[in-house]
Design a protein. Structure first.
Length: 116
């Protein structure tokens, strides 16, 4: 019950920031490149490995890093960390809820990149 509430608050905090839009644009770059290559029709075999490398080695760690730090750091920014940590809630519940939200958002951002 409290896990869901913490996750919902974290999700609202992450989606309400400008960085989410920027991460969506970053995750959309491989999709755009894939669509351009598919429309061109030539050299499709060579670009697949490059796109995989771009998504796995550049975009995924960057998006995960931004969402991970934002999920935990947003509480420090707004000053709600002290309020949250003084409640009788296990710290592991708080951290796991925030990690679950950050991981889910990272996966959702990168699903379109991996479909191509």
């Amino acid at each position: 019950m409290i896990f869901g509430e913490i996750a919902l608050v974290t999700l609202r905090a992450l989606l309400g920031r400008r960085r989410t839009l920027l991460m969506l644009l970053l995750a959309g770059i491989p999709v755009l490149v894939g669509l351009i290559v598919k429309a061109n029709g030539a050299g499709i075999r060579d670009v697949g490995a490059t796109l995989d490398g771009l998504v796995i080695r550049v975009v995924l760690p960057l998006v995960a890093l931004v969402f991970g730090t934002a999920a935990l750091g947003s509480e420090l920014e707004d000053g709600t960390a002290v309020h949250l940590l003084t409640k009788p809630i296990r710290r592991s519940t708080i951290v796991l809820a925030k990690i679950a939200v950050a991981g889910t958002l990272t996966a959702v951002m990168l699903v379109p990149s991996t479909v191509l």
